[in-house]
Write a protein that binds this ligand. Structure first.
Ligand code: 5AD
Length: 348
């Protein structure tokens, strides 16, 4: 019965809301294994055993927003704020290039010092230094004109998680000035402008019901993003949600499998949060259908300060510098890290 749902999801790319709820609430270890087998087959058809890597540069942890779950919310007085200079960012990229990275992700809080003009300048400088690399921005909500300006300057992709497709749930996780409506407006503008767009959500965010997740999946089907980032919610001690339970590895993996079947060609990262809650979380993510890893390229001195949640991994094999260690781990599960922007494949 449940396997029939999985087979239909693979054929049609979507189920009804009720069917999604049944598929999620009715999961068993056996059903999950079946799902992962199907997800891997679909993934191998499109991406073989290749794993794409993105060099993540967390360039500022200043943020004007006060999202209830996030460790860099403006209300967190304990956060040690930092902001990388243009030169420091270009150095990160230069180092990343040497290590085989061909996509850089500039991620930061919504930092008013980093005006649209300054970000445009960064985009131009990075693209001038590395014309063969893809550049991904992840700097939050902005007017359409600003997104257009950065795209004109050469930005290729944009990550903006929708966080939850349920408006009431969205309101419970965010301050009043942030709305699901504006988040969706941003995502549609980005896609319209021509960015490759990534959305996504936290698994096990406080207040999330199976029905919320079913809505998230229906939204993914409707929006057809090029990338989807999901990871477990992990409480941060200096936020109002400090006592909420962590999201589960098992449900995150199950949803990765479902998303691979729904969007066969999607770029799906095994996220840092997944690697944080289990030492083999990211390997398990790849075996569930993920095909992207995003190691940290930020300077070691600031890494610990970009704490969205507690115990965020940032050293050892998380570090982009441990490129060989990462390649070995990926190889140990039968996959290979490739030097590529994300579509053209060169083996290393
Ligand atoms: N746990 C897990 N993920 C988090 N994010 C923010 N705070 C947390 C947390 N406590 C995620 C959000 C955001 C992305 C950059 O990090 O989904 O979009």
């Amino acid at each position: 019965m449940m396997r029939t749902l999985i087979d239909r999801l693979e054929r049609e790319g979507v189920l009804s809301r009720e069917e999604f709820v049944a598929l999620i609430d009715g999961r068993t270890p056996e059903l999950a294994q079946y799902l992962f087998e199907r997800a891997r087959e679909v993934r191998h058809r499109h991406y073989c055993k290749d794993v794409y890597i993105r060099g993540l540069i967390e360039f500022t942890n200043y943020c004007k927003n006060n999202c209830l779950y996030c460790g860099i919310r403006c209300g967190n007085q304990n956060a040690q704020r930092y902001r990388l200079s243009k030169e420091e960012i270009l150095d990160c990229c230069r180092e990343g290039w040497e290590l085989g990275y061909r996509t850089f992700v500039l991620q930061g809080g919504e930092d008013p010092w980093y005006t649209p003009a300054r970000i445009e300048d960064l985009v131009r400088a990075i693209k001038a230094q590395h014309p063969e690399c893809a550049l991904t921005l992840s700097v939050g909500e902005h007017p359409r004109e600003v997104y257009q300006r950065w795209h004109d300057a050469g930005a290729d992709r944009y990550l903006l998680r929708h966080e939850t497709a349920d408006a009431a749930h969205y309101a419970s996780l965010h301050p009043k000035n942030l709305t699901l409506e504006n988040r969706m407006r941003c995502l549609r503008d980005l896609k319209d402008i021509g960015y490759q767009v990534g959305c996504g959500f936290m698994v096990g965010a406080p207040g999330q019901t199976t029905d919320c997740i079913a809505k998230d999946l229906l939204f993914l089907h409707e929006f057809q993003p090029q990338m989807v980032g999901i990871g477990p919610f992990i409480p941060h001690c200096d936020t109002p949600l400090r006592d909420a339970p962590q999201g589960s590895l098992e449900l995150t993996l199950y949803l990765l499998g479902i998303i691979r079947l729904m969007l066969p060609q999607v770029l799906l990262p095994a996220t840092t949060a997944l690697g944080t809650i289990h030492p083999e979380g990211r390997e398990q993510g790849i075996l569930a259908g993920a095909n992207v890893c995003m190691p940290n390229l930020s300077p070691v001195a600031v890494r610990k300060k970009y704490t969205l949640y507690n115990n965020k991994i940032s050293t050892g094999e998380e570090a982009a510098q441990s490129r060989d260690a990462l390649a070995k781990r990926i190889a140990s599960i039968g996959y290979r890290v490739v030097v590529s922007r994300g579509d053209h494949i060169t083996r290393i």
